[in-house]
Design a protein around this ligand. Structure first.
Ligand code: F6R
Length: 305
C-alpha cells in the first residue's frame, strides 16, 4: 500500500483523476472500476475537463461500477446508474454498452451477481479500481463483516450507511444493495482509494495502520498487490501523527500540487516510474517536525524518496 498525501481535497481529486487519465492513456482499452459518492464528484469533474480540454479518450474503455441499490430502477435519479450518467458518462465519449452497473432490479440477485463477475472476467478483469470509503469502513457496499473472499452479491446496508447516504437519496435510503465483493476488488490490477476530509481521518488511520479486520472492509486492501491511497491533509491528520512513530512501515510521498496541472502530471509520471521512498527520509523529516505544514514547505515538485 502506498499512501499519497495532497494538500487539499481538490488536489487529491485532481491527483486521482490524473492516475485514471494515465491508465487510459497508457491503455485506451482499460477496464475501469468506478465508484459513486460525494468524494468521487470532483474526480469525475476533472476527468470531464481532461476529456474536453485534453481529448482524454474514453471510447475504447470498459467500465464496471462497484454497486447499485436493490429495487431502484436505473431511471430513478438516486440509482447509481443515473448518478454515473449525470456525473460522468453523459459528458465523455464512453460507449453506453461498455458501461456496467450491477443489476439491482434482477429477480434473481444471486445470479445477477454471478453474471456481473462473469462480465468482468470476460472483459479481462479490472485494470484500475477507484474506491471511496464509507464511514463504517466499507469499500463498495461491503459492510462490516463482509468476507474478504466475497464476490458480487446482495448486501444489507448498515444504519451507519443509511445516515451517510441520506443526503444523496432524498432521505429515502434503500436498505439493500448489490456490490462487488472484497475479493472482486482485490483482484483488480490496481486499486486507488481516495479519502478526503477530517471526518474520515481516524477511520483512514485505522485502515492504513491496522489491524486488518473483517469489521473494516477497507483494511483488506493491505492484501492488494498495487494499492494507492490518496489523502488530503485533513484526512491524513490522524495518520500523520502515527506515521511519525511508525514511518518505517510506509512508503509515503509528498507532491506539490499548488502550482497546478504540470506539477500534477509530472508528479504522477514520476510516481509511476521512480518514487519508492525509503522511509528514512520521511522519518528524518518527521523527526524534525511532525507538523504537516513543514512538509508543505518542501520546494515545488519535490517528493520524498
Ligand atoms: C459507492 C461506494 C461507496 C462510497 C463510500 C464513500 O459506489 O462504493 O463505498 O465510495 O460510501 O462515499 P462518500 O464519498 O459519499 O463519503
Amino acid at each position: 500500500m502506498i499512501v499519497i498525501l495532497q494538500k487539499t481535497a481538490q488536489d487529491a481529486a485532481n491527483f486521482t483523476a490524473q492516475l485514471v487519465a494515465n491508465a487510459l492513456r497508457d491503455n485506451p482499452k482499460s477496464v475501469l472500476g468506478l465508484a459513486t459518492g460525494r468524494t468521487m464528484e470532483p474526480v469525475y469533474e476533472r476527468l470531464i475537463k481532461l476529456h474536453k480540454q485534453e481529448k482524454l479518450d474514453f471510447s475504447k474503455c470498459t467500465t464496471f461500477n462497484l454497486d447499485e441499490y436493490v429495487g431502484v430502477s436505473p431511471e430513478n435519479p438516486i440509482s447509481y446508474r443515473a448518478t454515473m450518467q449525470r456525473l460522468l458518462f453523459d459528458h465523455v465519449n464512453v460507449r453506453r454498452a461498455a458501461t456496467h452497473v450491477p443489476d439491482g432490479m434482477a429477480k434473481d440477485l444471486a445470479k445477477a451477481g454471478e453474471d456481473y463477475e462473469k462480465a468482468i472476467a470476460k472483459a479481462g478483469g479490472i485494470d484500475f479500481q477507484l474506491l471511496g470509503i464509507g464511514t463504517d469502513g466499507h469499500i463498495g457496499f461491503n459492510e462490516p463483516l463482509s468476507s474478504f473472499a466475497s464476490l458480487t452479491r446482495e448486501q444489507v446496508l448498515t444504519p451507519v450507511t443509511f445516515k451517510q447516504n441520506a443526503g444523496l437519496c432524498e432521505g429515502k435510503v434503500p436498505t439493500r444493495a448489490m456490490t462487488m465483493g472484497v475479493a472482486t476488488i482485490l483482484a483488480s490490477r490496481r486499486a486507488v482509494m481516495l479519502v478526503t476530509g477530517k471526518k474520515k481521518a481516524k477511520l483512514v488511520a485505522e485502515v492504513i495502520e491496522g489491524p486488518i479486520s473483517a469489521m473494516l472492509s477497507a483494511s483488506a486492501l493491505h492484501f492488494h498487490k498495487d494499492c494507492v491511497v490518496v489523502l488530503d491533509a485533513e484526512a491524513a491528520q490522524e495518520l500523520f501523527d502515527r506515521v511519525a512513530k511508525f514511518s518505517d512501515h510506509f512508503e509515503t510521498i509528498r507532491t506539490e500540487l499548488a502550482k497546478a496541472n504540470e506539477a500534477v502530471n509530472g508528479a504522477v509520471r514520476s510516481y509511476e516510474s521512480r518514487i519508492r521512498p525509503s522511509g528514512q527520509k520521511l522519518q528524518k523529516l518527521l523527526g524534525k517536525d511532525k507538523e504537516l505544514k513543514k512538509i508543505e514547505e518542501l520546494p515545488s515538485g519535490e517528493t520524498l524518496q
